[in-house]
Design a protein around this ligand. Structure first.
Ligand code: MSP
Length: 511
């Protein structure tokens, strides 16, 4: 049986429409999920929407409709985004589903039965925008450290005994040095926990849009306890026989943005330990995008709509840019000029021209019959083929570290090499002088392009499918068990006149 791999995105608040930040988190998980499937894993890739809480209740009130009607509409926008971005999620969870109420109440009851929940009263600061509690000392100029406004809250509340978990969390971090990445973020989490933990308020009474606390109808569960539990709901934890829980849990990776790392790397493991459940294997915190150097915000009016990027530059071009431009884990800036550069230089020139030139020559000079790779290659050819055969192992290791940008960089190193090779060998000139050598060169190039296309499928599923169709590679021969020297392009395959896969972007001056 193939090994299971469970990867999750955060579930998105439905107070607003999806923007580039949301698309980015899910895209990274999509690339990872696709990679693992091609590498023979049985993947479960989860995304969805986080539909409770004060923020959503307020947004519904503003819109003049019930929270349920409001969340139905906005959640659909996120579901539509998964289609438009070609995300391959296996499930889309909504926290308003009955199965999720059952799972949230189940975890509550487990915490209660084990003595980790007590009734008290909360008095302190709360930020609705962050859905988070803050202490007086954390405030900066009367605002949350994130810049969000805070309000004073005083109400009865159930508490989770978070303060009791400090040492156990620190021991767990020590024993699992890869639990949080990047490392600088892990260090921030450790110092936060070392600084001491306060018991956490986990219920609210001043609004109603949430999962009811079992046996106390005055309270709804704190939205983060409900939201984090989605990772268990989706694999059937609340169901009879526990669904896929025993084979899927613990999750292999929770992908999150840096702003919500504390919830995933401190509160979530504490809840799970207290509920006697295994802890996820890893949490990766990626950075934030700015727009032409500016923080993205609704008030500045510079929110980037992922769909308008897709419309202007193309789907796979957008996917490629987002994964390539910024070292994954760091903050990054979106700029139109950088986007155009990537589309025209990396895609249209490097990969696009390489394959267009190679395949056209095979059609023109060899009647479309792809030549076999010679059993004994000249030394320079062998070096190039070995380097391409060696990519999978290196890329696999980089995917384990979520270094997606680096994986693309090393693939492009080989694409550049292949471009240098075609220029120096000039197969177009060999037809008359040395047709055998021409066939050898084109055969080697076609094999390299096949491997590039197979390796790049997680990032650019549509464009690579076109390339592989052009090379006549059948859909059952596109997995990672067919590259790295384990198989070769079948010689004698007849290909047809190719058409360009990566068009150049021309600035529309009338725009
Ligand atoms: N609902 C919570 C998550 C609960 S998970 C159990 C939430 N939702 S969110 O919609 O506000 O944010 C979801 C993700 O979008 C976060 O990972 C956040 O980091 C990411 N981004 C929001 N703006 C972003 C950028 N400008 N750039 C990159 N990612 C950003 O938090």
């Amino acid at each position: 049986m193939s090994k299971s791999y469970y990867v999750t995105t955060p579930i998105y608040y439905v107070n607003d429409k999806p923007h580039i930040g949301h698309a980015y988190t899910t895209l990274a998980c999509d690339a990872l999920a696709r990679f693992k499937r091609l590498d023979g894993f049985d993947v479960m890739f989860l995304t969805g929407t986080d539909e409770h809480g004060q923020k959503v209740e307020a947004a519904a009130q503003n819109a003049g409709i019930t929270p349920q009607a409001f969340t139905d509409t906005v959640s659909q926008n996120f579901r539509d985004l998964t289609k438009s971005m070609n995300f391959s999620n296996d499930q889309f969870i909504r926290t308003t589903e009955p199965r999720h109420y059952a799972a949230s109440q189940k975890i509550w009851n487990r915490l209660l039965e084990r003595g980790h929940i007590t009734l008290g009263a909360y008095e302190g600061w709360y930020s609705v925008r962050d859905e988070a509690f803050y202490t007086e000392t954390e405030l900066v100029d009367g605002k949350a450290p994130t810049g969000a406004p805070v309000e004073w809250v005083a109400e009865p509340s159930y508490f989770f005994n978070l303060s009791q978990w400090q040492d156990k969390l620190l021991d767990f971090y020590d024993a699992n040095p890869a639990f949080v990445a990047p490392e600088t973020r892990f260090n921030e989490i450790k110092s936060f926990v070392k600084g001491g933990l306060k018991d956490l308020s986990i219920s609210r009474t001043t609004f109603a849009w949430g999962v009811p606390v079992p046996e106390d109808a005055d309270h709804v569960m704190y939205v983060w306890l409900d939201a984090l539990t989605n990772y268990l709901t989706a694999i059937g934890w609340s169901e009879d026989g526990e669904g896929d829980f025993s084979t899927r849990w613990p999750a292999d990776l929770h992908m999150v943005g840096k702003d919500i790392l504390r919830f995933h790397a401190v509160y979530w493991p504490a809840f799970l330990m207290a509920a006697d459940l295994p802890l996820p294997k890893r949490v990766f915190a990626h950075g934030w995008w700015t727009n032409e150097g500016q923080k993205i915000s609704k008030s500045l009016g510079n929110v980037i709509d992922p769909l308008s990027l897709v419309e202007e530059f193309g789907l796979d071009q957008t996917r490629y840019f987002l994964m390539r431009e910024v070292p994954f884990g760091r903050d990054g800036d979106f700029s139109k000029s950088a986007m155009i550069q990537r589309v025209n230089s990396d895609l249209a020139n490097d990969l696009g021209n390489l394959s267009q030139r190679t395949l056209s020559l095979i059609v023109k000079n060899l009647d479309g019959a792809v030549p076999a790779i010679a059993s004994k290659l000249p030394e320079a050819d062998k070096v190039m083929l070995d380097a391409v055969d060696g990519l999978l192992d290196r890329v696999r290791k980089l995917f384990e570290e979520q270094a997606f940008h680096e994986a693309l960089r090393i693939i492009w190193e080989q694409i550049s090499n292949a471009n240098k090779y075609i220029d120096s060998q000039a197969p177009w000139a060999l037809k008359k002088t040395n047709p055998e050598r021409m066939a050898e060169v084109l055969g080697l190039l076609a094999e390299c392009i096949r491997q590039f296309a197979i390796l790049l499928q997680p990032f650019m599923p549509e464009a690579t499918a076109k390339l592989l169709d052009q090379l006549n590679v059948s859909s059952s021969d596109r997995g990672f068990d067919k590259i790295a020297g384990l198989a070769r392009l079948t010689s004698g395959t007849v290909i047809e006149k190719p058409s360009g896969v990566f068009p150049r972007y021309f600035e529309d001056t009338a725009r």
